[in-house]
Design a protein around this ligand. Structure first.
Ligand code: ATP
Ligand code: MG
Length: 573
């Protein structure tokens, strides 16, 4: 794990938020301080969209020598859970960010937040409304029509105070009353038409238990939490743009009375991340988990941080992705291919290479001695000379990829076919002599010969067009490989209001159970990452058992065929 996130994060080029912060510093605003926060609601696991917000909040703080808090926005008890709190902490840490001792919960402030509500009533700026939810909606008006004042709007201060206290005491059922700010029912901004500050919820909270029967709304609790923590720049996604006047109203109307406020925070909105072929709605992701359409929040097909981690993504790749997509004010959709490209680029630099045969067919080298085993030298990472080399056992019986052989090959098939030659990676040139089939016509074995003078290395003189990977049959580990495709079929799974859950790709998981790997891979620890030559980047899954490793394919290799031929010729010693 990387604890110096700010330093390790790729230098993000400037964006409109960083420019605003720099300008505020120049103007001496906020006393020259920069303090941000990442405020997840613990009602689900974090996803790649949250990673964008995390990199932005922690990144801005780091760039301006400021601080960033982790704050759980736990104002809605119904959907929140400690499991989510713990997963969020783990994921933010894993991404490489450190909130030091500044982890807070909005629920820590419930008493203060409540006190400010009484203050607003006393100041004539809030009242208890007793209309039903339907009536409130009706009174609110529409975008084109102003709203109407509630008959309870001019209720006496003492009466509202009494009702709020009794709401708190649990004397009324859910929905009987709400506390509303007294702002302007004719405001062109619907959020300013006497917004709800408190509602009755007879629900246990994962931290405060049964202490509260009323819970503050996000719009009311968030600016207060920010001001209490001394947040200077409250960065959020675009859907809150129309809420900003209410954010400012809360800050302005409470500041004088609230001696605890440490700042006059300002809200800044940016466009959320949308990614093709996936969804970011926590509600929908939860539905996938609950309906067992995936194996859990950390299913490697999920766009969650936990899923990406299990899939084999590195925190560096995710941070690099966030830096590349940048931060803007306009919504757009990022191509999933960019995310895959960044992890490929990162793993290319550091994943050790190995040979793994996904769907094996047996090769018997008839002119290779029965009992002989020799060692050939293989390069661990052509991108990193310091990774060194390893010895691979070579023997008479090998496995090669079934699809690297064709009985009647088309032109330009440079792999193995009857009578043709191919190079075995790091080893000899192999020639196919005969094909053995079972009664059903399935190929069971390829009888081959090798050229003893063709060992790959500086003295190798003979060249053939193709190179294929292999493992020695007597020295192979069995493994299960899980190959993934997109979880959803369409680029925009929720398009036109359709339920994304009806758009699942039935072929998103391909379990390959009979794979053969280099023996050393059987003991690789969960989380270790490799490049299986020509097959992609793989990561050891926690489902692995002694002698029964399971690997997830993180991503395929682009253009692997062209590359390996060229590189094999250049860099193999
Ligand atoms: P919901 O509120 O529907 O439960 P949410 O995705 O907004 O879901 P939060 O826990 O409120 O979840 O999000 C925490 C922070 O992450 C918020 O500041 C939010 O703006 C930000 N965030 C959420 N989704 C994205 C996204 N796709 N791209 C960028 N930031 C996001
Ligand atoms: Mg939210």
């Amino acid at each position: 794990m990387d604890s110096e996130a700010g330093a390790a994060a790729p230098a993000a080029s400037s964006d409109f938020i960083r420019e605003m912060v720099a300008e505020d510093l120049r103007a001496g605003k906020h006393g020259g301080r920069v303090h941000t926060r990442f405020p997840p609601e613990p009602n689900g696991y974090l996803h790649i969209g949250h990673a964008k917000a995390i990199c932005l909040n922690f990144g801005v703080a780091a760039d301006f020598s400021g601080l960033c808090n982790l704050r759980f926005d736990d104002t809605n008890p119904a959907r929140e859970d400690i499991e989510y709190v713990e997963s969020i902490e783990a994921d933010v840490r894993w991404l490489g960010f450190d909130w030091e001792r500044r982890m807070f919960y909005a629920s820590d402030y419930f008493e203060l937040i409540y006190g400010y509500a009484e203050q607003l009533i006393r100041d004539g700026k809030a009242y208890v409304d007793s209309l039903t939810a339907d009536e409130i909606r009706e009174y609110r008006g529409t975008l084109t029509e102003p709203g109407r004042n509630s008959p309870y709007r001019e209720r006496a201060v003492e009466e509202s105070l009494d009702l709020l206290r009794r709401m708190r005491n649990g004397e009324f059922p859910d929905g009987a009353h709400v506390l509303r700010a007294k702002i302007d029912m004719a405001s062109p901004n619907m959020n300013m038409r006497d917004p709800t500050l408190y509602r009755i919820r007879h629900a246990a909270h994962h931290r405060t238990g049964d202490a509260w029967r009323i819970y503050p709304t996000y719009d009311y609790a968030h600016p207060i939490s920010d001001a209490l923590e001394g947040i200077t720049h409250s960065i959020c996604t675009l859907e809150f743009e129309d809420h900003r006047p209410l954010y400012d109203w809360c800050v302005d109307n409470l500041r004088v009375a609230a001696s605890e406020f440490k700042s006059k925070p300002q809200q800044i909105e940016f466009a959320r991340l949308n990614l093709s072929f996936t969804i970011m709605s926590k509600r929908k992701l939860l539905a996938l988990v609950e309906q067992k359409l995936v194996t859990g929040w950390d299913d490697p097909r999920m766009p969650t941080i936990a899923g990406l981690r299990r899939r084999g993504y590195t925190p560096e790749a995710i941070r690099d992705f966030c830096a590349r997509i940048g931060v803007a004010k306009k919504e757009n959709v990022i191509d999933m291919a960019l995310l895959e490209h960044t992890v490929r680029e990162d793993l290319n630099k550091r994943a050790p290479r190995a040979m793994a045969v996904l769907r094996p067919v047996t090769v018997v080298i008839e002119n290779y001695p029965e009992d002989r085993v020799e060692e050939v030298e293989a390069v661990n990472n052509p991108e990193d000379a310091s990774a060194g080399t390893r010895k691979l056992p070579f023997s008479r019986t090998l496995f090669i990829e079934r699809e690297d052989f064709m009985e009647t090959p088309p032109k330009k098939f440079f792999r193995l076919a009857p009578g043709t030659e191919v190079r075995l990676r790091y080893a000899y040139i192999l020639k196919c002599e005969r094909v053995i089939k079972d009664a059903s016509g399935t190929i069971t074995e390829l009888r081959c010969t090798y050229d003893p003078d063709s060992l790959n290395g500086p003295t190798a003189t003979r060249r053939v067009k193709g190179t294929i990977h292999w493992v020695s049959a007597a020295h192979a580990a069995d493994a299960e490989l899980r190959l993934y495709d997109r979880l959803f079929q369409s680029a925009d799974p929720g398009e036109g209001g359709q339920d994304p859950l009806t758009d699942l790709n039935p072929d998103s998981l391909d379990r390959v159970t009979g794979a053969k790997l280099e023996l050393a891979l059987a003991a690789a620890a969960p989380g270790s990452r490799f490049q299986f030559e020509r097959q992609g980047y793989f990561c050891v899954d926690p489902d692995s058992r002694q002698g029964k490793p399971v690997f997830n394919r993180t991503v395929t290799l682009k253009d692997s065929w062209a590359k390996i031929t060229a590189r094999g010729a250049q860099t193999t010693p």
